[in-house]
Ligand binder design. Sequence first.
Ligand code: D5M
Ligand code: FE
Ligand code: ZN
Length: 481
Amino acid sequence: MPAHNILSDDSMGETKIIQRFAEVGYQIHPDAVAMIKEHGAPDKLIQDILASLDGSVLVVKPEHIKSRLPQPTYGVEVLDALPTTCVGNYEEFLGYFHDRYAKLSEILRRRIGARPIESINLTKKSREEVTVIGMVSTIRDTSNGHRLVELEDPTGMIPVLFPNNKDVFDPSTRIFLDEVIGITGSLTNDGLLIANRITWPDIPPKKNNRGEPKQNSEACYAVLISDTHVGSNTFLEHAWSRFVKWLNAEVGDDNQKALAKRVRYMVIAGDLVDGIGIYPNQEKELTTPDIYGQYEAAANLLKGVPPHIKIIISPGNHDAVRQAEPQPPLFNELTTAFPPNVTFVNNPSLVKLNGARILVYHGRSLDDLVAALPGASYEEPDKVMAEMLKRRHLAPIYGGKTTIVPGGTDHLAIDSVPDVLHCGHVHTVGISKYRGVTLVNSGTWQSQTEFQKSVNLEPVPGCATLLDLNTMDASVLKFYT
Ligand code: D5M
Ligand code: FE
Ligand code: ZN
């Protein structure tokens, strides 16, 4: 006799399920048992199935169960919104940094006990180990080779010394100005904190970041792409049309076709078009030298995607919206030709697809991070993306190539942990997991431009990333040979 599960009144064991059907004269296929077992309300489901069966049925099969389950709908939920206006004045800058501090210090505080800087300055007890959380306001090297960092919080400021004879943190990483960190160390009599340990806000170490159960248990995929650069003469039309054929299940073996039919979403992480006047002499490399024409061409390409696939488009630095981040969605006047299955969102944007939370960010800050982090490279963009999660910020370096709109809110702080972080911009492909979060840089559909050649950028074009929205596992599909 199976024990009754006191933790959940809804759960039902296999034996019980088989018994329920046997009592009324039916056998049941093991796959059908598994489907009932996984269901949230098995009792009601069984009643429903039994009521639907006619006398001709001997064995209850998965299709009998399926016919009683609600047909899944594949919606797009956009979880963020942008402020309507921003002047860029002093108060807004102040508000922006206050918000950054508030969000990131809260995340740190949940992980480590810490004291306000003011209380430390008042006590100035020597040799006691203390922890403070603050925003980095200055970084400099002292004449004898130590590193001196000033940390600020709303109560005050404290100088922190990183002795050059001690590895306080991994030498492959760096502290950036304006980031919020925790420092544990000992205080000297004159109020200097000698750092022993540094803590970044980071994300929880174990995979259990997914808050909600999957919405549909049937196989469901998203294709993640980026940087199509439509309008450029280096746009790879041939690779694109192979991709579209694949999505329409017109190519490949039966397995490939079955897989393609399970794709419900396409997410484009910016640089949909090549734009106008983005880099010197760009006009010589455009097939469509008109911005409206470029978006119209992009719309026509997307009309080839099966209409049941929901397409989410976030802008990038080549798109015709403001450059400073967060960028608003593409304006209506640019999007009239697009099919109805397209949703335009901000850059960055958090979208929920089939219960999975995808943080989409074009990735301008990757340029700043690659330049600043020792060992970082364009060949492994996903490794650099992990730094964003570690710092809980999409653009941890302020004042580089990435310009940020100083609205009162820091929209680039990663305040809730996504299931997937999807970027583009660097035109290379990288997939990995960081503490259970899937990192994807989805590459480009543009071959190397003259400009990229001059800066030694070797793109990885014609790839789409296939993301399983049940497991969050990602793999690369190649359409360019
Ligand atoms: O950016 C594609 C890639 O090219 C991205 O990694 C940045 C790099 N890039 C863009 N502009 C420059 C300059 N001026 N110097 C060096 N590298 C650059 P995209 O946004 O598609 O143009
Ligand atoms: Fe690009
Ligand atoms: Zn870009």
